[in-house]
Write a protein that binds this ligand. Structure first.
Ligand code: ADP
Ligand code: F6P
Length: 338
């Protein structure tokens, strides 16, 4: 017989479309088992400052289609200190919380592991980040919406780029991984996709000169638009820096455009809503079957529970077939222009 009476729930790190759908699923599934859910606000700050309130069924009605998170999110540097962890533990004990569910990325799961050393109760992570960089789950909540948002934006950029036969450099989010950049680049038929997986950051001069040759060749052989998508953090100052370097290298004029936080907002697409719902329910089921220190993932269309330490050990790489597809398309396009 499971003795869970009251669980804590918070969202942490970069918000992602679908976090609300996950909150809804956790609250509804918990109520089904007569478990009270206490929502903590502003990420781990809510634990440290004891900013919380019970979440009722009516709190989560009408939120499945909303981006952002009703619990708010934040980065909370204090959580990385012993003092912060002790304060968070004090709150959890005072509020008589039996278990904690955190929706966030790998940083947030590191926070859960650190907290669990002081507060050895069951903790479960639900992967919510647009970056899709968590291993042991095919997709993270928010990724599908973020790539659709970026694709819609770049389709619009394509129209104006076509009108002026312009070269654009579009900088995309993803922190230090290229899932967003590669998926969006391929889906938008970007002429160039530059990301950590195919750009040597230790050899920027060579990379820029290779790129400028490719752009010059393409532009001398046919007029039209040319879109380079690049991952943020690839170069200091990103798209602006690349535009300056291409101008210096070979007088190429490019228009830089950083899509930025538009990629984090908006109503979640169906895939994020259903993934979040499955994961939220699975998190409660995991607690009911006395699982602890786990991440809920989905692999090959099946919900899985992964030990939290394994879940954050490696970053998930970008699909090799996607990278190969882009490289083959690039090579074929260059040949057809010769
Ligand atoms: P994400 O969860 O999206 O990867 P961050 O890396 O910013 O985002 O992490 C979110 C929060 O998790 C941090 O602001 C901090 O509060 C907490 N956190 C991250 N790493 C640790 C750690 N090593 N110890 C304790 N808390 C951490
Ligand atoms: O992790 C999600 C993310 O949007 C990353 O893609 C990006 O690098 C980062 O968060 C931006 O964080 P902030 O909103 O704190 O600037």
């Amino acid at each position: 017989m499971n003795k869970l009476k009251r669980i804590g729930l918070l969202t942490s790190g970069g918000d992602a479309p679908g976090m609300n759908a996950a909150i809804r699923a956790v609250v509804l599934a918990a109520h089904h088992f007569d478990i009270e859910v206490i929502g903590f606000f502003h990420g781990y700050n809510g634990l440290i400052n004891d900013k919380s309130r019970p979440l009722t069924i009516s709190d989560v009605s009408g939120i499945i289609h909303r981006g952002g998170t009703i619990l708010k999110s934040a980065r909370c540097p204090e959580m990385k200190t012993t003092n912060g962890l002790i304060q968070a533990t004090t709150t959890l004990l005072k509020d008589k919380i039996d278990a904690l569910i955190v929706i966030g990325g790998d940083g947030s799961f590191n926070g859960l592991l650190a907290l669990n050393k002081h507060w050895p109760n069951p903790v479960i992570g639900i992967p919510g980040t647009i970056d899709n960089d968590l291993d042991n789950t095919d997709f993270t909540i928010g990724f599908s919406t973020a790539i659709n948002t970026a694709i819609e934006a770049i389709d619009k950029i394509r129209d104006t780029a076509d009108a002026f036969d312009r070269i654009f450099i579009v900088e995309l989010m993803g922190r230090h991984s290229g899932h967003i950049t590669f998926n969006v680049g391929v889906a938008c038929a970007a002429e160039q996709v530059l990301s950590f997986e195919n750009f040597d950051q230790n050899n920027i001069t060579d990379e820029i000169s290779k790129l400028s040759q490719a752009v010059q060749q393409a532009k001398t052989q046919h007029h039209g638009s040319y879109i380079i998508v690049m991952a943020e953090n690839l170069l200091p100052n990103g798209a602006n820096e690349l535009a300056i370097k291409l101008k210096e290298e070979s007088k190429i004029d490019c228009t830089p455009c950083t899509l930025g936080h538009i990629q984090r907002g908006g109503s979640p697409v169906a895939k994020d809503r259903t993934l979040a719902t499955k994961m939220g329910v699975a998190a409660i089921q995991a607690l009911m079957s006395e699982k602890t220190l786990s991440m809920i993932g989905e692999k090959d269309n099946k919900i899985v529970e992964i030990p939290l330490t394994d879940a954050i050990q490696h970053k998930k790489g970008v699909s090799e077939s996607l990278i190969a597809a882009q490289e083959n398309i690039l090579a074929l396009t260059a040949q057809s222009q010769c």
